[in-house]
Design a binder for this molecule. Structure first.
Ligand code: MSP
Length: 485
């Protein structure tokens, strides 16, 4: 039976339009999805938008639209930009989809029926930016550290609470013990440690309903309340498998991807809700760090937000994917910016890969080299493609930039090989034979085809072009893959 692989991105809030942060996680997830497809697995790649809650309702009112009209508009901007970046999601979920609402509501009702939910009074601070309650110790100088320009609101209201505190030991065991039936992995290791140590300090029950938020899913047992937006948002991963045709067996997810801002929701609250509802937990949660723009946090007020459209216009889809993956903020924040991207584009793509492809093409053309079609299957197999083997070991740990470094070492290696052999200086017929060996018989074209296939998950269009160009019988001349900018 074909192995299944279910991968997700967070569902993004519609109070913001797509930016480079969303692009970072979505491109990373697409690279991983494509890689698992290339390994022959049956992949389900889910992304989407998170559309309920006060924050969205307020933004809609400010834009003079109903919440639904507003969500339709912004959600479209996410849904439509991803394919332009060669992102092939299988399904785009919206939490305003009635099918999601129905299933999410049934799961929450189950938690209520099983006695995990009780009524209480909440009093404390609320950050609208995060859509979450904050403890005194979460505040820095009285502000949310992630939204220092938004004043936390003091709230007192009747809420329903979920008994998160009773899951503390269950979760510690599930994370630490690989033989636990609810075992899940948190990656990288540093994040696992962070979660475990916070869990050991103890956890409080959490409020899971709102009395004064009308833009949401009503609590099925008490329609005066709506389900807390985060609870139903997390449930999207499960509900999609239940209503998208043919995907029921994809639950539990193999991999949730996201950045560190939403670590706790995804590694503690989510699993507790699932265990309480008798549902299997996801297998792995991978958490990356943040992009900083020219050393600063990205923010609308600083005007330093980079949009995927900007990247696309300047660099094109595949080069954008390369620039994102090669600067991927694995376990440390990564400092990026348009200037840095342009330098990297010129060094690695225009002068690096693009130049190498142009060079080999020219050598073949100048010498009128023809060759029998190459059987591509050897390059398309992890058993025989050495570069792919090295890429594989990094991708299994989600080290995207290291995986690309391996490919670029091969590109540089081939460049130096051609420099050393100096095939353009060979003229006699004997020499021509040698040239034949250098260019197509052994290293050059074969390496290029190995490189192309290993590159396919990262830069699918480029990989296809290189394969087509060099798989014979005749070299296809092409315009420059990456013109200098
Ligand atoms: N709606 C919630 C997620 C619910 S999932 C059940 C949410 N949405 S969000 O629009 O704020 O997206 C947060 C995610 O966007 C991060 O976890 C990360 O994937 C991505 N990024 C946003 N800013 C980022 C950076 N500056 N750098 C890298 N990725 C970041 O939270």
């Amino acid at each position: 039976m074909t192995k299944k692989f279910f991968i997700t991105t967070p569902i993004y809030y519609v109070n913001d339009v797509p930016h480079i942060g969303h692009t970072c996680t979505t491109i990373a997830a697409d690279i991983l999805a494509r890689y698992h497809k290339l390994l022959g697995e049956d992949v389900f790649f889910l992304t989407g938008t998170d559309e309920h809650g006060n924050k969205v309702a307020q933004e809609a009112a400010a834009a003079g639209l109903t919440p639904k009209e507003f969500c339709d508009k912004v959600s479209r901007s996410f849904k439509e930009i991803w394919p332009k970046l060669n992102i092939q999601y299988d399904y785009f979920i919206r939490t305003t989809d009635p099918r999601h609402e129905k299933i999410a509501s049934a799961v929450v009702q189950k938690l209520y029926d099983k006695g995990y939910i009780y009524k209480g009074m909440y009093e404390g601070f609320y950050c609208l930016g995060c859509e979450k309650f904050l403890n005194e110790k979460d505040l820095m100088d009285g502000k949310c550290p992630l939204h220092p320009n938004k004043e936390p609101q003091h709230q007192k209201e009747e809420n329903y609470f979920f008994k998160l505190s009773s899951f503390k030991d269950v979760l510690i065991k599930a994370i630490s013990d690989p033989n636990d039936p609810n075992h899940y992995e948190i990656l990288p290791e540093s994040k696992k440690k962070e979660v475990l140590s916070k869990l050991k300090e103890g956890v409080d029950d959490i409020s899971i309903s709102r009395e004064k938020v009308s833009w949401g899913i009503p609590c099925p047992w008490d329609k005066k309340h709506t389900i807390y937006v985060w609870v139903e948002a997390l449930l999207n991963y499960y509900t999609a498998t239940q209503f998208v045709p043919g995907k029921k067996d994809f639950w539990p997810a193999d991999l949730h991807t996201m950045a560190k801002d939403i670590l706790w929701f995804h590694t503690v609250i989510w699993e507790a809700l699932l265990i309480a509802a008798d549902l299997p937990v996801p297998k792995q949660i991978f958490i990356h760090s943040f992009y900083l723009i020219d050393g600063q946090k990205m923010s609308k007020s600083l005007g330093n937000v980079i949009s995927p459209q900007q990247l696309l216009e300047k660099f094109g889809a595949d080069a954008t994917r390369y620039l994102i993956a090669s600067s991927f903020p694995f376990d440390k924040d990564s400092n990026v910016g348009l200037q840095k991207f342009t330098e990297k584009y010129n060094a690695d793509l225009a002068n690096g890969l693009g130049n190498l492809v142009a060079r080999v093409t020219k050598l073949c053309e100048n010498n009128n080299l023809q060759f029998s079609p190459i059987d591509l299957s050897i390059f398309r197999s992890i058993e025989t493609n050495k570069i792919l083997q090295a890429v594989d070991s990094f991708l299994r740990e989600y080290k995207l930039s290291e995986a690309l470094t391996v490919i670029w070492m091969a590109i540089k290696g081939l460049d130096s090989y051609i420099d050393k052999e100096r095939p353009w200086e060979l003229t006699s017929s004997e020499a021509k034979k040698r040239l034949d060996i250098i260019i197509r018989g052994s290293e050059s074209i074969r390496s290029l085809l190995e490189i192309a296939y290993a590159l396919a998950p990262f830069m699918p269009e480029t990989a296809k072009k290189i394969e087509k160009q060099f798989s014979g019988p005749k070299i296809i001349s092409s315009t420059s893959l990456f013109p200098r900018i």
